[in-house]
Design a protein around this ligand. Structure first.
Ligand code: PAF
Length: 284
């Protein structure tokens, strides 16, 4: 790995012109950069399964709310490109905002229902931005498979819904969450955390373990499990709970009884940093 030449392309026209040269299947790993081991796992899986691996790096402005962290989102392009070269990536697409959203841009993808709860409620318009940019990237790349992390489980559910509803011709491959040794899910936003906040951030994993342990011991009452998750988060002084729930992993409807499949989800604010995580209760 790492010996082949990697193309870095910034223009949509150039991507389309190059497409005829790419062997199929084409695997797409959409990212916002600041790559970590979670992204590496996606690229490695794409490398194993597809003939051409294309990674996109684009901090998509339309999925950030006005008071969110678009401006300070970490941008580490040089390091990201070195890492992608070492992983044997074929093409990296790094468009500018004006390339993706020219002045006359006025078409949006709205996925209903699954976007109305949890992340969708806390971050209005977030999923409209995600669905729209993913749709554009799928079209620009002509991907056969797109690789996403389980950590952003609601994003996965939205993308799957969009692909099914709009009869799009690509498969979604979901890769398990990569965690730090203490359980914190890898995320570019972890870099915002100061030392005491970093220690407090393990509260998400602790709450999910509570859910998994309760279910493992036979508790199938989702409300009881969710309440214990909330109590677990409340024990951490630096953590401010956004939500903790047990949901269906495709619809994100809250469950009453934990039957297969069930997903425990949690979102917490630690200082100025908002973190999310989840755990399949019948899987790990
Ligand atoms: O998960 C992300 O990094 C982003 O939401 C994505 C899928 C690259 C779209 O901007």
């Amino acid at each position: 790995m790492g010996d082949r030449a990697m193309d870095v392309i910034c223009e949509i026209g150039e991507m389309k012109a190059q497409r005829a040269n790419w062997s199929r299947p084409i695997g797409l790993v959409p990212t916002m950069g600041c790559l970590h081991d979670g992204h590496v796992a996606l690229v490695r899986r794409a490398r194993e399964e597809t003939a051409t691996v294309i990674v996109t790096i684009f901090v998509n402005p339309t999925q950030f709310g006005p008071s969110e962290d678009f401006g300070r989102y970490p941008r580490t392009l040089e390091r990201d490109l070195e890492l992608l070269q070492a992983e044997g990536t074929d093409v990296v697409f790094v468009p500018s905002a004006s390339e993706m959203y020219p002045e006359e841009f006025s078409s949006w993808v709205e996925v209903e229902d699954v976007t109305s709860r949890f992340e969708g409620e806390s971050r209005p318009r977030h999923f409209r931005g995600v669905a729209t940019v993913c749709n554009k990237l799928f079209n620009i790349v002509g991907a056969d498979r797109a690789y996403f992390g389980q950590k952003d489980a609601q994003q996965v559910a939205v993308i799957k819904r969009m692909i099914q509803d709009l009869n799009m011709n690509l498969d979604v491959v979901v890769i398990p969450t990569v965690r730090e040794p203490d359980g914190l899910a890898m995320s570019s936003r972890n870099s915002y955390l100061g030392p005491s906040e970093r220690a407090a951030a393990t509260v998400l994993y602790r709450a999910l373990r509570v859910a998994r342990d309760m279910h493992g011991q036979g508790c199938c009452d989702a409300a009881v499990v969710a309440r214990s998750m909330r109590e677990s988060v409340a024990e951490e002084q630096l953590a401010q709970l956004d939500y903790a729930a047990v949901v269906d992993p495709l619809s994100f409807h809250e469950l009453e009884s934990i039957e297969c499949p069930a997903l425990a989800i949690v979102a917490v604010r630690i200082g100025a940093t908002r973190l999310i995580d989840n755990m399949l209760l019948n899987d790990e």
